[in-house]
Design a protein around this ligand. Structure first.
Ligand SMILES: C[S@@+](CC[C@H](N)C(=O)[O-])C[C@H]1O[C@@H](n2cnc3c(N)ncnc32)[C@H](O)[C@@H]1O
Length: 222
């Protein structure tokens, strides 16, 4: 007869999957489209970025969990529907199921025509917070992937320089490895406060991390 024995050894991979599964379950229970919502939630709760009344731009928004989180933050009682105190403009290459009160634009952020549509949606207003979870499709060729990731982050910084309030905040996803040190320097050159954050909902084994820049530095004219 086989006797089942319980090992006291904690299998890290199992634990990791379990924790992640917890976020999946939580997302289902709380009505979020993806566990990614908890990454932005932790970043926001740590840094105190998003407040009612804000204009928030969500880059790389599909399927929409970050927009859903922001939507709740801008609701008087954290509601997923009803009154919205603020503005959310979301953009993605892919379509996104509508979220009440969220303006959605479909297109490639790297293209001028798409940027022009985003600028038209802003209608002269400046964003309080810009969040970007954009991630390119990876080719597996490290140098090419690093260049693609860096390009999206650089564009998000450029966008913030032009369309964010001076005291605003930018959150972007980046990856440890090629380009990380240079992107950190770029953040430091552009923002007064720079903080890297690896939220608990971001898988340990993933090189994904997030960088937060708060308060635009004055342009160096020298
Ligand atoms: C990890 S997903 C975002 C998940 C989202 N934050 C959420 O909470 O549901 C990354 C998204 O970035 C989008 N993306 C990648 N490159 C893009 C680009 N150049 N322009 C617009 N969106 C892009 C992808 O289509 C994908 O939907």
């Amino acid at each position: 007869m086989k006797v089942k024995t319980k090992s006291n050894k904690v299998n890290k991979a199992w634990l990791n999957d379990h924790v992640n599964d917890t976020y999946v379950k939580l997302a289902t229970r709380e009505g979020y489209r993806a566990r990614a919502a908890y990454k932005l939630k932790e970043i926001d709760e740590t840094m105190g970025l998003i407040r009612p009344g804000h204009l928030v731009v969500d880059l790389g928004s599909t399927p929409g969990a970050w927009s859903q989180y922001v939507r709740r933050r801008l609701s008087p009682h954290g509601a997923a529907s009803g009154t919205l105190d603020g503005t959310i403009i979301a953009l993605d290459l892919l379509p996104m199921e509508p979220i009440e009160g969220v303006i959605f634009l479909q297109g490639d952020f790297r293209e001028d025509e798409v940027l022009a549509r985003l600028e038209a949606a802003l209608a002269g207003r400046k964003a309080d917070v810009v969040v970007s979870d954009m991630a390119p499709n990876l080719s597996g060729i490290a140098s090419a992937d690093a260049a693609r990731i860096s390009h999206l982050v650089e564009l998000a910084i450029d966008f913030s320089r032009q369309h964010m309030k001076p005291e605003g905040a930018l959150v972007t996803k980046l990856f440890h490895g090629g380009g990380y040190a240079e992107l950190t320097q770029l953040f430091k050159a552009n923002f007064k406060t720079v903080k890297p954050i690896k939220p608990k909902a971001s898988r340990d084994k993933s090189s994904e991390t997030f960088m937060v820049g708060i308060g635009l530095k004055a342009v160096d004219t020298n």
